[in-house]
Design a protein around this ligand. Structure first.
Ligand code: 5GP
Ligand code: ZN
Length: 133
C-alpha cells in the first residue's frame, strides 16, 4: 500500500518511537496518547482491519498484545490497561491499517472510553441466536 502511513511506519520508512520490533510487527508510541505509554501494535504487512488479517497474524497480534500489556503495566506501574481495536469509520478507525491500541490506565485518570449500556431485547437476542446457529 503506497499511500498508507502505518505501512511506512511499520516498515521503518518513516521513523517512529519504537518499543518493540520483530519480523511481523512494530510497536510504537501513539502520537496522540490517551495516557502515558499509549502504544500501537502495527503489522508490517498491510491489512485494512481485523477482518482482513490472515488468521496466523491475527493470532500473533493478540499474543504480542498480551506480552506488551504485561511489560507496559510492569514498567509504568499502572493499575490496568485497555486493549482497543477499531474497525471502520463508524467504529472510530481513522487509519485504515490494522492496529491494536494498548492504553495504560490508572484509577481516576480521566481517560474516556466506552459506551452507554442499552438493554438486550428478546427480538434482537432471538434474531442473533438464529443467525449464529
Ligand atoms: P484509530 O482511530 O484508527 O483506531 O487510531 C489511530 C491512532 O493512530 C490514533 O490514536 C492516532 O493518535 C495515531 N496516529 C495517527 N497518525 C500517527 C502517526 O503518524 N504516528 C503515530 N505514532 N501515531 C499516529
Ligand atoms: Zn498499511
Amino acid at each position: 500500500m503506497d499511500n498508507c502511513i502505518f505501512c511506512k511506519i511499520a516498515n521503518g520508512e518513516i521513523p517512529s518511537a519504537t518499543l518493540y520490533e520483530d519480523e511481523d510487527f512494530r510497536v510504537i508510541l501513539d502520537l496522540g496518547p490517551a495516557s502515558k505509554g499509549h502504544s500501537l501494535i502495527l503489522p508490517k504487512a498491510h491489512a485494512a482491519n481485523l477482518m482482513e488479517m490472515p488468521d496466523e497474524l491475527a493470532g500473533k497480534a493478540m499474543i504480542l498484545a498480551k506480552k506488551m500489556a504485561a511489560k507496559l503495566v510492569d514498567t509504568l506501574g499502572c493499575d490496568g490497561l485497555n486493549v482497543v481495536q477499531n474497525n471502520g469509520e463508524s467504529a472510530g478507525q481513522t487509519v485504515h491499517h490494522f492496529h491494536i491500541h494498548l492504553i495504560p490506565r490508572r484509577t481516576d485518570d480521566g481517560v474516556v472510553l466506552g459506551w452507554k449500556p442499552g438493554q438486550l431485547t428478546e427480538e434482537d437476542r432471538d434474531e442473533l441466536l438464529k443467525s449464529f446457529h
